[in-house]
Design a protein around this ligand. Structure first.
Ligand SMILES: Nc1ncnc2c1ncn2[C@@H]1O[C@H](COP(=O)(O)OP(=O)(O)O)[C@@H](O)[C@H]1O
Ligand SMILES: [Mg+2]
Length: 248
């Protein structure tokens, strides 16, 4: 346990060993091929369904005129569906999330925190240290982790407060998504959950020579931690990623 009483890193969430590679297999080639297949599958299997959802929401939005409580909700859902369709195209073309590319990491995280808020759940965001350029893959993973972490708080924690923290040091950036809910009941997925979110974050963090884990204390909340190394040397933050101070 650390000073806040949270247990340390749990056992790896992904415990399935990957099959040994053939000694002469061309690993980068196989990895690229696997990613291409994954992108095609995402495109073919999710694309039509999402586009259809977007279209039907557009029709509903037109029918309600986008006004009144229900009309506004529908307009909001339509806009989220449109964003998802666009995001799916970016995944297929191996581009980072649009908001991260356009606004920079800090603004993207701030926006993600705001959209994770709902009645009964406040989400704060706090930055410490000196923010600097992280490189595309680190920024993308941190953003993904904020989406996954805040979605987990909303789905699993029964919390009314969540705090997203980004801490920059000379060599690392650390993301923490903490909540004041009941803590993880078990480290594996609950029935109804996919159990893939944390495992996939953990794998992605390892690929970037970092780590990701969930700390939890029964009845006293949970904390997702993602710690990633930063590239060497000072690299000032580009204009999109202005330093942001806490919102709560
Ligand atoms: N903030 C949290 N509070 C309580 N339990 C959590 C929290 N985050 C994750 N968990 C637990 O960890 C499990 C695995 O999470 P995840 O890998 O994201 O899969 P999923 O969200 O699809 O269930 C969840 O099913 C839940 O039991
Ligand atoms: Mg999840």
């Amino acid at each position: 346990m650390d000073d806040t009483g949270h247990r340390g890193p749990p056992e790896p969430l992904d415990q399935s060993p990957s099959p040994p590679a053939a000694p002469h297999a061309d690993k980068p080639y196989r990895e690229r091929r696997r990613l291409d297949q994954l992108r095609s599958a995402i495109h073919d299997r999710l694309g039509p369904g999402l586009a259809n959802l977007q279209l039907r929401l557009e029709l509903l939005e037109e029918a309600t005129g986008g006004t009144g409580a229900i009309g506004e909700q529908i307009a909001h859902l339509r806009s989220e569906a449109t964003d998802l369709v666009r995001e799916l195209a970016r995944i297929v073309h191996d581009e980072p999330p649009e908001v991260v590319e356009r606004e920079g990491l800090l603004k993207a995280v701030d926006a993600a925190c705001r959209s994770a808020e709902r009645p009964g759940l406040r989400v704060g965001f706090h930055v410490s240290g000196r923010p600097r350029e992280t490189g595309r893959h680190v920024a993308e993973l941190l953003y993904r982790a904020v989406l996954e972490g805040t979605a987990n708080v909303a789905r699993h924690a029964a919390a009314n407060h969540c705090l997203v923290r980004l801490a920059f040091s000379a060599s690392h950036v650390t993301l923490q998504v903490s909540d004041n809910g009941h803590g993880a009941i078990q480290e594996r997925a609950l029935p109804g959950g996919s159990g893939l979110g944390l495992a996939s974050l953990q794998q992605a963090a390892r690929r970037l020579h970092g780590e990701a884990y969930l700390q939890s204390r029964a009845g006293a909340g949970a904390r997702l931690v993602v710690k990633l190394p930063l590239p060497d040397g000072p690299r000032p933050l580009a204009s999109g990623g202005r330093k942001k101070r806490g919102r709560g």
